[in-house]
Every structure is written in C-alpha cells, then in structure tokens.
Design a protein around this ligand. Structure first.
Ligand code: FAD
Length: 286
C-alpha cells in the first residue's frame, strides 16, 4: 500500500452525493479531499431524487410546523431535537443552493413554486426541472466543488479506515487507479449514502450498499437506527431484479390515487389516504 503524505493535514470526505459535496463545500477554506467511487456527478442516489426538497418557506408555514409534521410522520420514533434542527436549517439551505445558482422552479409571479407531498400539511417542496431536482442539486454542487480551490477530488473506493494503536482514525485506504493507497487525514467524514440497493427490488442505485456503515463498524463504531430503511411505496415494475424507476410521490401530491388490479382504492379508509406517510402507504399496498 502506498502512502500519500500530501493529504495528511486534510479532512477526507468519502462520497460525492449531496451530503459529501455539501460537507466539502461548507468546510471551505479548510482543505478537503473528496473521495468518490465514481467520477463527480455519477452513481449517486442524489441524482435520482425526483420529488424535491422540503423546507418551510411558504407564507403559511414555519419550521415548527415542519418539525411537527416530521414528528407525526415518525410515529413517535423520531428524535425531536434532530427534527427541529433539520426543519430550522431547511430555508437557509434552499437560499444557499439558490446562491450557488440552482434554478428552482418558480410560479408565474416569480415566487418559488411549492409542491405538496405525503405527510406534509403545507405546500413546502421546492423542485427544479419538475421531477429532476436531485440531478439539478448534484450538478450545481459538483460544479461548485470542481471550482472550489480547497476541494481536491480523488476517484477511488474507500476500503478501510486507518487507525492508530488507540483506535483513533488517522485516514483511510482507498482503491484508486494507482492501486491501493493510504490517505492520511486529520478527520474522515463518511457520506457514502444509504443501503437500499441491497434489496432485490429497490428504487436505489446499485452502489447504495451501506459501505460507509461497514467501514465505520469495522473500525469499532457502534451503529444505531440501521433498522430504519425507508421504502418508496410506488415504483414502476419494469423488471423483477435490480433498481426500479420510482413512481414519484409527487404524483399523489398532485391528486393521483392508488388502485389495485381490480380498480379498488388501496388507501380507502386509511388516515391521510394517498398522502399518508410512506410506511403507512407501503404497508397498505403489501
Ligand atoms: C429514486 C429516489 C428518489 C428520491 N427522491 C427524493 C426526494 O424527492 N427528496 C429527498 O429529499 N430525497 C429523495 N431521495 C433520497 C435522497 O436522494 C437521498 O437521501 C440523498 O440523495 C442521499 O445523499 P447522500 O449524499 O447521502 O448519498 P448518495 O447521493 O447516494 O451519494 C453517495 C456517494 O458515496 C459514494 N460512495 C459509496 N461508497 C463509497 C466508497 N466505499 N468509497 C468512495 N465513495 C463511495 C458514491 O459513489 C456516491 O458518490 C430519493 C432517493 C431515490 C433513490
């Protein structure tokens, strides 16, 4: 294994979806090596996101209402502090993306167009290019990262976290075109996405296999909440194996109804009907 001393004073961010790119950009001007298994802009769940970004922006909305909707959708299992912090951060992050040049969809009078989606009691979903929000977010962040002087992009797959004798993480090993290299770092951020791609029928990319969770667990981290895997209730059954195209939830937000093969309403009599939280809709379909 070769050792790359150049990056010793750096933070390594693993993963170049929305989480990794945003972390790298927001750490600027601190030097960051952004390690990504695929070239920037490719093979991320981020690029596949369709419905949009939820943020309490509308005149009838507030972060407290967004947090309350999140708690209700979580059926008592959500962490209230996290729900509040995420809801409060939403409007500012939409502003940040606007500042980076992301052209969110607008109404004819120029305001941000706000969509309605499941479990939200207000219109609060911002979109770009209709159902191409994730691709627009990824393009915008990848462009910003590529031109950010403090971010160095390295294409390679993290294979192990390096640790000192006391277990402290000191960098990582990665498989790159130069072979397996050791990348020393002052800190490592794992932003490798989810693990939905492990399931036979999935709306996630094949690379979403929880690799960051595995790296962390092997280095001794205690994982929590791994049983919480969110399933999209509706996909288009074009094959029986591998990733399936999502039938976006925004369809239900705009009035689509779910019927079974006999034409009967699937969500009849269920609270929230088509706009119930995803776990409720998925269970009703199953
Ligand atoms: C079909 C679909 C629709 C969605 N719609 C929405 C929506 O409308 N609104 C919404 O908020 N969310 C939506 N989501 C969820 C959202 O896309 C994800 O939560 C989000 O994009 C996750 O971002 P991420 O950066 O954590 O992971 P990802 O975008 O998956 O990025 C992971 C990155 O890690 C890299 N990586 C993985 N393993 C390694 C490794 N070992 N070494 C190096 N790099 C590695 C990958 O190459 C990739 O660059 C949707 C998801 C899907 C699949």
């Amino acid at each position: 294994m070769r050792s790359d001393r150049v990056v010793q004073d750096r933070t390594i961010v693993v993963g170049a979806g929305v989480a990794g790119l945003a972390t790298a950009l927001r750490l600027a001007p601190l030097p960051v090596t952004l390690l990504t298994a695929a070239p920037l802009g490719e093979e991320t769940a981020t690029a596949w996101a369709q419905g949009g970004i939820a943020a309490a922006i509308g005149p009838d909305d507030a972060p407290a209402l967004h947090a309350a909707d999140t708690m209700a959708a979580g059926a008592g299992l959500s962490d209230e502090g996290v729900a509040r912090r995420v809801a409060e951060a939403g409007p500012g992050l939409v502003d940040w993306l606007l500042g980076l040049g992301l052209a969110f969809d607008r109404t004819p009078d120029g305001a941000l167009a706000l969509g309605l989606e499941a479990a939200h009691t207000r219109r609060r979903i911002v979109k770009a290019g209709g159902d191409a929000t994730g691709a627009a977010v990824l393009r915008t962040l990848a462009r910003a990262a590529a031109s950010c002087p403090s971010v160095t992009v390295v294409v390679g797959r993290a294979t192990a976290l390096l640790q000192d004798g006391e277990g402290r993480v000191t960098g990582l090993a990665a498989r790159t075109e130069r072979g397996i290299v050791a990348l020393p770092a002052r800190a490592v951020v794992l932003a490798t996405g989810g693990l939905g791609g492990l399931y036979r029928s999935t709306t996630n990319p094949a690379g979403a296999v929880g690799s960051g969770l595995a790296l962390a667990a092997r280095a001794g981290a205690i994982l929590r909440d791994v049983e919480f895997v969110q399933f999209h209730p509706t996909a288009i059954a074009v094959r029986t194996d591998g990733p399936l195209p999502l039938a976006t939830e925004a369809l239900r937000g705009e009035g689509a109804i779910l019927v079974d093969s006999g034409g009967n309403r699937v969500m009849a009599g269920i609270a929230g009907a088509e706009l119930a939280p995803r776990d409720v809709v998925a269970r009703a379909i199953a």
